[in-house]
Design a binder for this molecule. Structure first.
Ligand code: PEP
Ligand code: MG
Length: 573
């Protein structure tokens, strides 16, 4: 008898495979007196040897699958394990104090970690992080505990985890990881967004996946309806295989629209753009018929590594995207770190409310070296395509002015050095904070465009954490409060002759699309995999009809009322 868990469908598709639990192992250690210290030293040596060969494998794999920069981190770990300054004190401790290797390693590592962390030197702080990671691996070997290495998975699996960070998700190997399910998270958490761009079926927020699913058991992840089936019968497996085949057939139908323009039934064009996180994602944009990149989340360039990317590294990434898009618009968002996107090497203090904290443009305006480096890289890349730049999480007009002034200052400096910078870069901002939506008329005078980030706008307007499945019932894209804010932004921008896009997940939502068309949204930017279904839907809609429902939905009293009305009016199932 199979057990069923209900969660949030975060990435469409069906996965049927064995469970692979991705969890932090228990590494509790106790101090022990050791009589045979020579044997203990040998045990330590053996653990070092095992850790090194494991790291070699991970490094080679990362090099092949993820590129040399991602592999560097493991090379740094290997260096720690070959460093006599690190290892000799452990051998000495075992010999002179007669203690077990786990504790000798931990005490030595702690000493180095606190020494490096107290230094005012970024490089040394990064070494502290390496030592912490390596110590965990060595202790795991001493305890005979397996540390999961998702990048080493070599058979088809479904990942089961309490949560996945965006960098965990980035390391998943699509060939073998057929799907994943997590206890926590919402549809707009970044691991969910990445799952969609990687086309990995996912169900998040099941609350109890890790407490119900054992390693190796058969699991079905239905990312279409948000269901997880544990140990399904043959009949149920057959049923889901059929559902999977139907979904694949539907995708094949959508694929026929890849080279078609996005035009409504009454002949009005709407721009369908894609959200990307890395230059590699451009392939998916083009394969799915994206007309532009409406959001390039540059923070992924800064993640999954142990130091800031250099100006040249960034320049190469931006140039690659612009060139691959061959003159089509590329809207690049400057660094939006914070919330669920951490950069451990910046050593920022933990915050009580990271989504309301020191993040995105707030961090960039304070840590101007980081910001200016990124802006220079972008400006230098601007001659290779059609670049637009926008700032994330702007709350006040003065923040926008300050960010824009810094951008223009960097541009002037580059031009003075004779470096070519495009003269037609539009400068815009994200509308993610209710204050900016309310004040859109003021902002509209200063920006070239807006891009509405509903993932955050909804959470801040409804005061409902986008990552928290327990309040997901309040995370309501169709609540008239949200629709009114969106409408205010579009009207204010159009009054000043500016265009408005939306790059939050709502832009690709079947119920939202007719409403947004009616409100006059100019550009819809979404996960690449949502583009073709959106195009199919828009081809069947009449823009004039969509416009005619504007006042009706804006004057409704609840999300439920809007959903029911839109479904009925536009025949959505
Ligand atoms: C948003 O907030 O809607 C958005 C697109 O940005 P992110 O999801 O990266 O926070
Ligand atoms: Mg956001």
């Amino acid at each position: 008898m199979s057990t069923e868990l209900k969660g949030i469908g975060a990435s469409a598709g069906i996965a049927i495979a064995k469970a692979y639990r991705l969890e932090e192992p228990e590494l509790t250690i106790e101090k022990k007196e050791i009589a045979d210290t020579e044997a203990e030293k040998q045990r330590f040596e053996q653990a070092i040897h095992q850790s090194k060969s494991e790291l070699e494998k991970i490094k080679d794999h990362a090099n092949r699958e993820l590129g040399a920069d991602k592999a560097e981190i493991f090379a740094a770990h290997l260096l720690v394990l070959s460093d006599p300054e690190m290892l000799n004190p452990v051998f000495d401790k075992i010999g002179t104090e007669g203690i077990n290797a786990e504790v000798a390693m931990k005490e030595t590592a702690d000493m180095f970690v606190s020494m490096f962390e107290s230094m005012d030197n970024e490089y040394m702080k990064e070494r502290a992080a390496d030592i912490r990671d390596v110590t965990k691996r060595v202790i795991a070997h001493l305890l005979g505990v397996q540390i999961p290495n998702p990048s080493l998975i070599s058979e088809e699996v479904v990942i089961i985890a309490e949560d996945l960070t965006p960098s965990d998700t980035a390391q998943l190997n699509r060939q073998f990881v057929k799907g994943f399910t997590t206890d926590i998270g919402g549809r707009t958490s970044h691991s969910a967004i990445m799952a969609r761009s990687m086309e990995i079926p996912a169900v998040v927020g099941t609350k109890q996946a890790t407490s119900n699913i054992e390693n190796g058991v058969m699991v079905i992840v239905d990312g279409i309806d948000g269901d997880v089936l544990i140990d399904p019968s043959d009949d149920v497996i057959a049923q889901y295989k059929e559902k999977k085949a139907k979904y694949e057939a539907q995708k094949a139908e959508w694929a026929k629209l890849v080279h078609e323009p996005t035009v409504s039934k009454d002949g009005q064009h709407v721009e369908l753009a894609a959200n990307i996180g890395t230059p590699d994602d451009v392939k998916g944009v083009l394969e799915n018929g994206g007309e532009a990149v409406g959001l390039y989340r540059t923070e992924f360039l800064y993640m999954g590594r142990d130091q800031l990317p250099t100006e040249d590294e960034q320049f190469e990434a931006y140039k690659t995207v612009l060139e691959k898009m061959e003159g089509k618009t590329v809207v690049v968002r400057t660094l939006d770190i914070g919330g669920d996107k951490e950069l451990s090497y910046l050593n920022l203090p933990k915050e009580m409310n990271p989504f309301l904290g020191f993040r995105a443009i707030r961090l960039c305006l304070e840590e101007q070296d980081i910001f200016r480096t990124q802006l220079r890289a972008l400006l230098r890349a601007s001659s290779y395509g059609n670049l637009k730049i926008m700032f994330p999480m702007v709350a006040t007009v003065s923040e926008f002015r300050e960010a824009k002034a810094i951008l223009l200052e960097e541009k002037e400096k580059l031009v003075a050095k004779g470096i070519h910078v495009s003269n037609s870069i539009e400068i815009g901002m994200m509308v993610e904070i209710p204050s900016t939506a309310v004040m859109a008329d003021q902002f509209a005078k200063e920006v070239d465009f807006f891009s509405i980030g509903t993932n955050d706008l909804i959470q801040y307007t409804m005061a409902a954490d986008r990552m928290n499945e327990r309040v997901s019932y309040l995370y309501q894209p169709y609540n008239p409060a949200i629709l009114r804010l969106i409408s205010m932004v579009i009207d204010a921008a159009h009054k000043e002759g500016k265009w408005v896009g939306m790059c939050g997940e709502m832009a690709g939502d079947t119920i939202a699309i007719p409403i947004l068309m009616g409100l006059g949204l100019d550009e819809f930017s979404m996960s690449a995999t949502s583009i073709l279904p959106a195009r199919a839907q828009i081809k069947g809609l009449e823009k004039e009809q969509a416009k005619s429902i504007k006042e009706t939905v804006l004057s409704m009293s609840s999300s439920e009322e809007v959903i029911e009305f839109v479904k009925k009016t536009f025949h959505i199932q």
